[in-house]
Ligand binder design. Structure first.
Ligand code: NAD
Length: 248
């Protein structure tokens, strides 16, 4: 029995990286966790670790989510993808897909979960934003735009949900060692013809005070805390975890 015993949690993108770590963390705190992901097999694997449920879903297909009602007490909007490309070359359909996945889906899932949360007088919505929800980088137009929009959605949800016992917050990691970032490291190493370790040191860590990437379970511990009773007065906030990158 953990402090979240009896609470139901839904973690999107829970088959990999940060989402998988969040699913494990919430399950360890006692919640009944559903792992939602386009990767059904990966979701099954993670959920099997703690006897959780799975939901195979393509969250970039907004139509599938419009009439949804979710009976979840904790919603972690985590699923996301990254594309690095100048605006001039950015395929418009990729831009639209990323906004559907990282803005529209969190909106539709929030909309689907709030009636149950309001009825309970309790709810926790945790949005996986990024340092790019607060600051921009060149060549990440869709990603930066989506994460900035998610910050806005999270704050509006906090304002509407507060009187009903629902909190809504963002978590803003810097570079976290996950498959998403591994791919970025490999792509940049290939593009610049340098070893992957050099990409990590020269591109990703130069501005950091703590000279290593964030680990997924470190992000998950912050998510676990936001879901806990200790964070009951925390809402409309954004928590950076970036080893000091944005302190400069
Ligand atoms: P990841 O690639 O390891 O995991 C993302 C998960 O989302 C995968 O399981 C994938 O299958 C799922 N997913 C992708 N498209 C989907 C779709 N259409 N429908 C349903 N599921 C889908 O990525 P990660 O690094 O763990 O990132 C998770 C979140 O954290 C993302 O929102 C990302 O923007 C954010 N984030 C990551 C970092 C980082 O450095 N890794 C930093 C800041 C923020």
């Amino acid at each position: 029995m953990g402090e979240l015993a009896g609470r139901r949690a839904l973690v999107t993108g829970g088959a990999s990286g940060i989402g998988a770590a969040c699913a494990r963390e919430l399950a360890a705190r006692g919640a009944e966790v559903t792992v939602a992901d386009i990767d059904g097999e990966g979701a099954e694997k993670v959920a099997a670790e703690f006897g959780g449920r799975t939901w195979q879903v393509d969250l970039s297909e907004a139509n599938a989510l419009e009439d949804l009602r979710l009976e979840t007490d904790i919603l972690v909007n985590n699923a996301g993808v990254q594309t690095v490309s100048p605006i001039t070359d950015f395929p418009p359909e990729r831009f639209r897909m990323m906004l559907r996945l990282m803005v529209e889906a969190p909106f539709l899932l929030t909309r689907a979960a709030l009636p149950h949360m309001y009825a309970q007088g309790y709810g926790r919505i945790i949005n996986l934003s990024s340092v790019h929800g607060l600051r921009a980088s060149a060549f990440k137009s869709a990603y930066v735009t989506a994460k900035h929009a998610l910050e806005g959605l999270s704050k509006v949800t906090a304002l509407e949900g507060g009187p009903h016992g629902v909190t809504s917050n963002c978590v803003n990691p810097g570079y976290v060692r996950t498959p998403l970032v591994d791919k970025q490291i490999a792509d940049q190493a290939a593009a610049h013809g340098i070893p992957e370790q050099e990409v990590v040191e020269r591109v990703m860590l130069t501005e950091n005070a703590i000279k290593r990437l964030v680990e997924p379970d470190e992000v998950a511990s912050l998510v676990g805390w936001l879901a806990s009773d200790a964070a009951r007065m925390v809402t409309g906030a954004s928590y950076t975890m970036d080893g000091g990158w944005s302190a400069r």
